[in-house]
Design a protein around this ligand. Structure first.
Ligand code: BT5
Length: 338
């Protein structure tokens, strides 16, 4: 082990003290180097309590994504077997202020960087939703992540990839935080009627193959609604708001990253998976609801009002209107009918 792994012994100690001598021996450095590195980490938001003859105890972690801590947590989660990632952990690139993690991922893909890789940002200056909408990204308290893949599959799989990964992220949030997370087709994750996360999938197509795909995820972790622009306050929520307690953002980031990477591996091997229908029924927020849907694909078209029947094998939304006619949408903007 080297000094870049200094946080690992603290994670293993799980809140108990770690002796300075043991740290120096394990990492193969002097006690002075340990002290210097801990001082640096203190500047970055960590709090270590030093007790003579006992050692250092990590009592507080940074309240924003800390790339070294994040990678240490990721490695530890893999080592403990919580996530069965078959491929090696991809590179995680973290920026303090990016325009958009999706943009950064596309830039790197264009430069030929090997995929998969993950981009994370503390804040984004031009966080994007679909159709040119803004993703509020001013808070270091929330997560902004993009996953870049080169899938070697046909363009008609894009919809399925977004739905499967979105559904599994939704299931992960519901289980880990014990919150009533639900998926709102095609890309929203909702909680008690408010949006907690959004997914933006962007793919580049070469003739009839997907060249690459970037899955961007914005997940509200610790920002209270009051920190959002006025017009959004009633429609957003965050993990901490739902739980009523602060959430460790680096833990949340690590779980979210491994949840997406393992889901993607499974999708590559066996498509939607045999549990897709069950999970969809469990987490779908729209089934049986009367909605107004405005198509947003290139074909455009009139809005349709009808009752949601579910999704078809291609991940398209099926709606039956008042006259009993079935409509199938591959993309659209949904509002619940009054
Ligand atoms: C989405 O778009 O929901 C996809 C959002 C994806 C954001 C991530 S962050 C990392 C990556 N990099 C990017 O640049 N983007 C991705 P859409 O369905 O169009 O929803 C946009 C709407 O959600 C806005 O018009 C607002 O009403 C609402 N909104 C904006 N910011 C929000 C936030 N932080 N939390 C909840 N809702 C928000």
């Amino acid at each position: 082990m080297d000094i870049t792994n200094i946080l690992t012994p603290f994670l293993e100690a799980d809140g108990k003290p770690v002796s300075g001598g043991k740290l120096a021996a394990e990492l193969g450095v002097t006690r002075v180097s340990i002290w210097t590195r801990l001082e640096q980490l203190r500047q970055e938001g960590f709090v270590f309590e030093a007790s003579p003859r006992i050692g250092y105890t990590l009592i507080k972690r940074p309240e924003q994504v800390h790339p070294v801590l994040l990678v240490s947590i990721l490695k530890r989660l893999i080592a403990t077997g919580k996530y069965k990632l078959k491929a090696p952990l991809p590179e995680i690139h973290h920026g303090e202020h990016l325009d958009s993690t999706n943009n950064e991922a596309v830039r790197r893909l264009s430069e030929g960087q090997a995929a998969p890789f993950v981009i994370s940002a503390a804040t984004q200056t031009m966080g994007r939703g679909r159709l040119g909408r803004i993703w509020d990204s001013r808070h270091k308290k929330n997560l902004y992540l993009s996953f870049a893949f080169r899938p070697q599959s046909l363009p008609d799989k894009i919809q399925a990839i977004t739905l499967v990964l979105g559904l599994r992220l939704c299931a992960h949030l519901a289980e880990k935080y014990n919150i009533p997370a639900q998926i709102k087709w095609p890309n929203d994750i909702m909680c008690n009627g408010r949006k907690i996360a959004g997914i933006l999938t962007e793919a580049r197509i070469d003739s009839d193959q997907i060249r690459d795909i970037v899955l961007g995820i914005g997940l509200n972790v610790n920002a209270p609604s009051l920190d959002f622009p006025f017009e959004m306050r009633d429609i957003v929520t965050s993990l901490s708001q739902e739980k009523g307690e602060p959430i460790d953002i680096n833990d949340a980031a690590a779980d979210c990253i491994l949840s997406i990477l393992t889901s993607y591996e499974q999708f590559s091997e066996r498509g939607r998976g045999s549990d897709f229908e069950t999970l969809w029924k469990k987490y779908d927020s729209l089934a049986g609801k009367t909605v107004v849907i405005r198509p947003t694909n290139n074909k455009g078209g009139e809005s349709t009002t009808g009752v949601v029947q579910g999704i078809d094998a291609n991940g398209c939304l099926v709606v039956r209107d008042e006259a009993g006619t079935k409509h199938v949408f591959s993309a659209g903007e949904i509002t619940l009918a009054k």
